[in-house]
Write a protein that binds this ligand. Structure first.
Ligand code: ADP
Ligand code: MG
Length: 538
């Protein structure tokens, strides 16, 4: 025992949690794998759904990777980084969220095995990067072009996106509507999805879904004495309350005699009347208000034969502005005739169980609404999500101009190419590239597992088909046999695959490079950067 015991030096606050080295790495990898594990059973046409119940008892039933992860409220920092890639995938291409997460999880699982063989994480990370670059290159060489003219291919893309989702039973019908929708809003070769509103209707069968030229709002007019139909509508969009109450300021008034009260009420009534007069003189006969409308104001508006709806969602206000050419005004005092938009017809109609407002024959004919119907709220919501995925795929395919075939075909082909590429490398990088190739096979393997097939059997068959130059050999999840995924119409936009690979590799690399996790407990004053911080807004 030596006398000069070293005083420990504390450089971090007392309640800081810190893990380092292999432990930190294992911990992060385990968390990332857990995220992938959570969604992998939902992958593909035979994937299962999940039911997520939140703290207030609201239930979501879904097959959609990103929805599951968002609802799960994941907290582990490394796990959050993986959830981020699903969100990026959702925002940029609208589909392939499960794929991206499953690949990221598998990359890390394979990495773990190599780390145990004492391959340094940075060598691994470099190998993964090389593999990813080569994979992107291979993807480009096998992808085939697509344009808006290729209606049948577009239909197949939409159907592939909806396969195995709530929309499955009506995917043909819905795919037709979606292709018409994107064709309708096409502008200089681009599809702006802001022009396609998806509104769900509860209480009818999905096959009755329809495409409306114009905008449909899940709203009714505020007062039954208002006209239920207006032709040549001059539309005002107000982001201001047609009310007196100012809830932000708590005012007290002291009234000492009854005449003061009358005067006060008269004053209120006068202001409300003034609002309506202002609207009337602007020439508007339809008002969409983002906030509330006072009962008395409703009455005055009805008297002037003005149709009004209140508490219209902000996103809908923006769509209405785009469709009718109206300007959203934030104070009623500023409203003038030049701010108004136009719609050939605005009418209220009962759809399913609800009254809805139809705004049709708008200035901008590019605005369309897909009325998605479903028997119950949960069904309609899940169909809406599947439709959103399909729309994302269509817009992406048209924008990017390339398609590949799914059902595991594209992943198997890239894996084959990567194995060849690996042979040109030496030593440890070769191992990393091989691991990357094996990782890609997680997609067909999971498709097979989820379909109750023997994954080893399926992968063996697929490998041999690809070795015989059958580029689009994929798995028929119904028979377990190899099929030509291209001729079977299992098509997906190239971009969905390239983005999934890119973000999965990036996140795996980032997690591999972390060997120190410092979590600053309650120290709010100087927040320590969480390992997830670098990915925020990726
Ligand atoms: P993601 O969130 O990644 O889009 P999905 O549950 O939508 O996950 O599943 C997508 C996978 O299912 C893709 O790999 C796709 O190729 C595959 N797939 C879709 N339709 C079929 C089909 N008819 N046969 C086999 N695989 C299919
Ligand atoms: Mg999908």
């Amino acid at each position: 025992m030596s006398n000069n015991t070293v005083q420990p030096i504390f450089i971090l606050p007392e309640d800081t949690k810190r893990t380092t080295g292999r432990e930190a790495q294992q911990n992060n990898i385990a968390a990332a794998k857990a995220v992938a594990q959570a969604v992998r059973t939902t992958l593909g046409p035979k994937g299962m759904d999940k039911m997520i119940v939140d703290s207030v008892g609201d239930v979501v039933v879904t097959n959609d990777g990103v929805t599951i992860l968002k609802e799960m409220q994941i907290e582990h920092p490394a796990a959050k980084m993986v959830v981020e890639i699903a969100k990026t995938q959702e925002d940029l291409v609208g589909d392939g969220t499960t794929t991206a997460v499953v690949i990221a999880g598998e990359l890390l699982k394979k990495a773990e095995e190599l780390l145990e063989q004492n391959i340094h994480p940075t060598v691994l990370a470099k190998g993964y990067r090389l593999a990813e670059r080569e994979a992107q290159h291979l993807l480009k060489t096998i992808a085939r072009p697509i344009t808006i003219q290729d209606k049948e291919m577009l239909r197949q893309i939409a159907m592939t996106a909806m396969t195995g989702k709530g929309a499955e039973a009506n995917k043909e019908n819905l795919a037709d509507l979606l292709v018409v929708a994107v064709t309708r809003v096409l502008d200089r070769g681009m599809v702006d999805l802001d022009n396609i509103k998806v509104e769900r209707v509860v209480g009818e069968s999905t096959e009755k879904s329809e495409l409306i030229e114009g905008i449909v709002l899940d709203k009714e007019r505020v007062h039954s004495a208002m006209p239920s139909k207006i032709e040549n509508a001059k539309v005002a969009l107000l982001d201001a309350a047609l009310e007196i109450k100012n809830t932000e300021i708590d005012a007290k008034i002291q009234i000492t005699d009854p005449s003061q009260l009358t005067a006060f009420l008269d004053q209120e009534e006068r202001t409300l009347r003034e609002m309506v007069v202002k609207i009337k003189t602007s020439g508007a006969n339809v008002v969409f208000c983002q906030r509330g409308i006072d009962d008395l104001a409703q009455h005055f508006l009805a008297k002037e034969n003005i149709l009004a709806a209140r508490r219209v969602r902000k996103s809908d206000m923006e769509k209405l502005a785009k469709a009718t050419g109206a300007k959203i005004i934030s104070s009623w005092k500023e409203l003038s005739s030049t701010d108004l938009g136009f719609a050939g017809i605005v009418r209220e109609e009962k759809v399913g169980e609800e009254q809805m407002l139809f705004i049709e024959k708008c200035t901008n004919p590019k605005a369309v609404t897909l009325l998605v119907r479903g028997g119950t709220e949960h069904v309609a919501d899940e169909i809406k999500r599947a439709v959103a995925d399909a729309l994302g795929d269509l817009a992406t395919a048209i924008r990017d101009g390339f398609v590949v075939a799914g059902a595991g075909a594209v992943e198997m082909e890239i894996a084959r190419g990567l194995r060849q590429y690996a042979r040109t490398l030496s030593g440890r990088e070769q191992l990393a590239v091989q691991a990357f190739a094996e990782t890609l096979e997680v997609i067909p393997r999971t498709l097979a597992e989820n379909a109750g097939l023997d994954p080893i059997d399926v992968l063996t068959k697929l490998r041999s088909a690809h070795d015989q130059q059958q580029v689009w050999a994929g798995i028929d999840v119904f028979s377990g046999e190899v099929m030509d995924a291209w001729s079977q119409g299992v098509l997906e936009p190239l971009k969905v695959k390239t983005l999934a690979l890119k973000s999965a590799t990036e996140v795996a690399e980032m997690i591999l490079r972390i060997d120190d996790v410092i979590m600053g407990g309650g120290q709010k004053r100087q927040p320590l950067p969480s390992p997830g911080a670098g990915l925020e807004g990726m």
